[in-house]
Design a protein around this ligand. Structure first.
Ligand code: HAX
Length: 445
């Protein structure tokens, strides 16, 4: 059998990291990393350091760094298609998995490898065809991933008594098969739901993202470029976000990559997370409908934001649990639109909001980050290229996010990370705890 260069590299790297980690834990396992206060416990554990994630790290000011490289550096440094301008997402997967930017040849190997592995079992299409067409595309995506679980090499080998030293290997194989197949599944969902089951065959001469763009049926060659960038920038956002954490948690029970990923996709489908990319564009289009103009004045936009806040809703696409500056993933999409001369009234509104929304959110006195996140921009560019079906947008995000969460699942297996099982407490426990602490404090005073 021809050797898999990525697997060989991953195994070598993982052995080194694993040995160092085991030694670190053995010698320093009782060092305190963080503390959690009562507010953080109730408020969703914001910023509590409590999980391992190798593939990327999020800086509140600078944004996401994949193995130390920011989005703008990756746009320059990652391999591209010949004469291409945008990074190959498969090259980012390579970087996340083995902490090295691949050569052009290595990236091409991965493109070819995923094309070879991309055949989807027929029953998956049948499962999708049996769903009502009004099933949300994210539900269809999650169902299709789960439907493929009978293909899991990890699940089969675990059932046969696999040695735990081999978990990484079976997870790597599942990951490679899944990533190879996701664009075809996503495109199938898109064409069945919105284009009358008029499916488009893969083009085996294209790269992973280019072929995805082709199967979606958007003819503009710049859309392929957009997809390469889009699928790169959404790939990972360290470990604590909903989709990453859900994949990690379910994976920690030794559920295979299929079951873990579908859980992650279910988390991504929440409006406070990935579904925000759908919410943003529907919110903007609703404003255009209400005002009866695609070129609203600043005052009209302000009134619309005020009305949104007054009705107890959030401004979608704004705010973040970690970031405290405009999201570089927003800025790079703006840059793309400027570089490619994309002009539309919707894009103007996105940029108008970028001027108007932050001071308004800041003036509420409670929003910790008034700046746009990744989801504030993506929809307007997609509409420009004719991909107007808003409730498909989170599936695009999902295809990309799978790169990061699955690379991380491979690492969790390689490092032998255990079952995730934090301690929970009840409100009664919290009240009693607070009372006791206060009593001790007042005694001491
Ligand atoms: N509009 C209005 N209010 C907002 C807000 C926004 N965009 N962002 C935060 N707030 C509010 C919160 O709802 C919270 O209000 P309450 O105290 O009344 O509950 C308060 O400000 C403090 O929240 P925070 O600490 O600043 O933010 P959180 O960490 O709790 O939440 C969210 C982060 C992303 C969920 C939040 O900013 C939000 O709801 N944004 C809009 C939805 C969105 O764009 N989600 C996508 C985020 C990026 C992502 O994951 N993409 O996939």
């Amino acid at each position: 059998m021809v050797q898999d260069p990525l697997k060989v590299k991953f195994f070598e790297k993982a052995q080194i990291v694993s040995e160092k980690l085991n030694k670190l834990v053995k010698e320093n396992g009782d060092l305190k990393v963080d503390e959690i206060n009562l507010g953080q416990l109730v408020g969703g554990m914001r910023s509590v350091k409590s999980m391992l994630w190798e593939t990327s790290e999020l800086d509140p000011e600078l944004g996401i760094k994949f193995r130390g490289y920011d989005i703008f550096q990756l746009r320059e440094l990652l391999p591209k298609v010949p004469n291409g301008t945008e990074p190959l997402p498969e090259a980012l997967f390579w970087l996340m998995l083995v902490d090295e930017i691949p050569t052009q040849e290595e990236a091409q190997w991965l493109t070819d490898q995923w094309m070879r592995r991309s055949v989807i079992p027929d029953h998956v299409f049948k499962v999708l065809d049996s769903l009502p067409k009004n099933t949300h595309p994210m539900s269809q995506f999650s169902i299709a991933i789960t439907a493929m679980q009978n293909q899991s090499i990890f699940a089969r080998r675990h059932g046969e008594g696999m040695n735990k030293n081999e978990y990484w290997n079976a997870t790597y194989e599942d990951t490679m098969n899944l990533l190879a197949r996701l664009p075809r599944i996503a495109a199938y969902i898109y064409r069945r739901t919105f284009h009358n089951d008029n499916h488009i065959n893969p083009d085996i001469t294209l790269d992973w993202a280019g072929n995805f763009a082709h199967m979606l049926g958007v003819p503009d060659p710049d859309f392929k470029r957009l997809m390469r960038l889009y699928l790169t920038i959404h790939a990972d956002h360290e470990g604590g976000n909903g989709s990453a954490h859900a994949t990690h948690l379910v994976g920690s029970t030794l559920s295979d990559a299929y079951l873990s990923l579908s859980s992650g996709m279910n988390a991504l489908a929440g409006p406070l997370h990935g579904l925000a990319n759908q919410e943003v564009i529907t919110w903007i289009i609703k404003m255009v409908d209400i005002l009866g103009t695609e070129t609203p004045s600043d005052e009209q936009v302000e009134e619309y934001i005020k009305a949104t806040l007054a009705s107890g809703r959030v401004v979608p696409g704004y705010g973040h649990a970690v970031l405290r500056k405009p999201d570089p993933r927003f800025l790079v999409q703006k840059q793309f639109a400027e570089e490619y001369g994309i002009k539309s009234n919707l894009i103007n509104i996105v940029w108008q909001l970028f001027r108007i929304a932050p001071p308004m959110l800041e003036s509420t006195g409670k929003v910790k980050n008034p700046w746009p996140n990744v989801d504030a921009h993506s929809g307007a560019i997609l509409v420009h290229y004719g991909l107007t079906e808003h409730n498909f947008y989170t599936v695009l995000f999902g295809v990309s996010r799978s790169l990061g969460v699955l690379a991380s699942l491979c690492w969790s297996r390689a490092l032998g990370l255990g079952l995730e099982r934090p301690k929970s407490v009840s409100t009664n426990w919290l009240h009693a705890f607070a009372e006791k602490q206060l009593a001790t404090k007042s005694k001491a005073n």
